[in-house]
Design a protein around this ligand. Structure first.
Ligand code: IFM
Length: 446
């Protein structure tokens, strides 16, 4: 099987950016050479991580980064999306850490040398623990600490970066981390999620303003994850339930950025669950951006319920990925079209898409046909949105390689490249080879 896209699609043009993505805590390891972060603390607590693991070694990328860039280059991609580690780059006194800085500058220089565009994300969930000790994202000051981090790092990186995203998936940081407690820092209270979300969004806006000053020519944006919400039936009640869930989980994070306000449900929430909004916050949050990063994996189906929220999520229908998420590519097209209808959007990059599969190394091969089918159907879904008039400029597969999958530890594999965690040997899976052939053929056809 080969990956392909209909002739004439702009996704076949060399101008359409294809990349692979990773995140600092998930691959770097070498935790001793940076400050502790909330995920170190969370992993050390009993029963938080499925296999009891942590990020101490991960993919040993701090040592193997050059070899990993060889791998990225061998895949023929145009871009590499990485996140940088706040606790590696910033000392406790709010100054740059020179060793951390040198590490990332080496990576950026190497990527540029090989014509691979660096897409840098400032925050992919690894908050320095000393900031969590002062309240983390529940403390408004964390947004200002983030601004300082963005300011110092962007000045030091100078022109080395192609595109900056402030945050990755603030929904996960806020909701999973502060409301339901399945991610670090593990707080579990429904009055906290939206407060944390507001400070994350404020940090985003402050970060964009600093970037506008420091590097006006570099593209700036944010990466949001969306799990489109569908009603379980055609009943008005289920439709209303899906709409409420959508406002909580999806629109809550995008509407402030493009419309400068939270969705309607804010009016129905008890005061205890509402964020504390100071004058001027919504203007900062809605500072214009150059691109929107969209992460898509699956959809969710909701029924109405008589609980506080008014909805309940149905168990995902088959077919599932290895992490239990329904495979439903049509929702990706529907999502992109609906976002485009709802908001005045800048160009979109699909900043993450991919699946966890139960991969097995057989000799020197991993025959992950299921992942290839997933990639093909989702590339088609992106093309469907483009054909409906949505401007999408690039696609990043999640992930370059298997890595630490948060609460699932190393039990779930999302990579195009298989990682043997005992030997740290990387093996490109069949899907990785197909992705390579697909992205490279654009250059021979054009
Ligand atoms: O591994 C994560 C990534 O860190 C953020 N987006 C979803 C991926 C798969 O769960």
């Amino acid at each position: 099987m080969k990956l392909s896209i209909k002739n004439k699609s702009k996704m076949n043009s060399p101008a359409f950016i294809y990349g692979v993505a990773t995140a600092s805590f998930q691959i770097e390891g070498d935790s001793g050479s940076r400050l502790p972060c909330i995920w170190d603390t969370f992993c050390a607590k009993p029963e938080k991580i499925a296999d009891g693991s942590n990020g101490d070694i991960a993919c040993d990328h701090v040592k193997l980064w050059k070899q990993d860039i060889d791998l990225i280059e061998s895949m023929g991609v145009d871009a590499y999306r990485l996140s940088i580690s706040w606790p590696r780059l910033m000392d406790i006194d709010g100054q740059l850490n020179q060793q951390g800085l040198a590490f990332y500058i080496s990576i950026l220089d190497e990527l540029n040398k090989r014509n691979i565009k660096p897409f840098v994300t400032f925050y992919h969930w690894d908050l320095p623990q000393h900031l969590e000790d002062k309240g983390g994202w529940l403390n408004r000051d964390t947004a200002y600490q983030f601004r300082n981090y963005v300011d110092l790092v962007s000045r030091a990186f100078a022109e080395r970066v192609y595109s900056y995203a402030t945050l990755n998936e603030p929904f996960c940081s806020a909701y999973l981390g502060y409301e339901v407690g399945i991610h670090a820092p593990g707080l579990n209270c429904n009055t906290l999620g939206k407060k944390a979300a507001h400070h994350l969004l404020l940090a985003h806006g402050l970060g964009i303003q600093v970037l506008n000053k420091n590097c006006p020519k570099i593209k700036k944006g944010i990466v949001l994850n969306f799990t489109p919400c569908y009603p379980n039936s055609e009943s008005d009640d289920d439709k209303a339930a899906a709409k409420i869930a959508d406002d909580h989980f999806n629109q809550w994070y995008i509407k402030p950025i493009f419309d400068g306000e939270y969705p309607e449900i804010m009016g129905q929430l008890p005061a205890s669950r509402c964020p504390e909004i100071e004058p001027g916050d919504m203007e900062i949050i809605s500072t214009p951006i150059d691109f929107l990063g969209v992460n898509y994996y699956t959809r969710a189906v909701y029924s109405s319920a008589s609980n506080e929220d008014g909805f309940v999520q149905e168990p995902p229908a088959p077919p599932h990925t290895d992490i239990g998420w329904e495979i439903y590519p049509q929702a990706m097209t529907d999502l992109l079209v609906s976002l485009n209808n709802l908001y005045d959007l800048p160009p979109i990059y699909i900043t993450e898409n991919g699946m966890a599969a139960n991969d097995r190394l057989e000799g020197l091969e991993v025959n992950d046909d299921d992942r290839m089918a997933y990639l093909q159907s989702h590339l088609n879904a992106v093309n469907g949105a483009i054909e409906s008039g949505v401007r999408i400029d690039g696609y990043f597969a999640w992930s370059l390689m298997d890595n630490f999958e948060w609460a699932e530890g190393y039990t779930k594999r999302f990579g195009l490249v298989y990682v043997d965690y005992q030997t740290q040997i990387r093996t490109v899976k069949k899907s990785g080879l197909a992705y390579r052939d697909f992205v490279m053929q654009r250059h021979s056809n054009n």
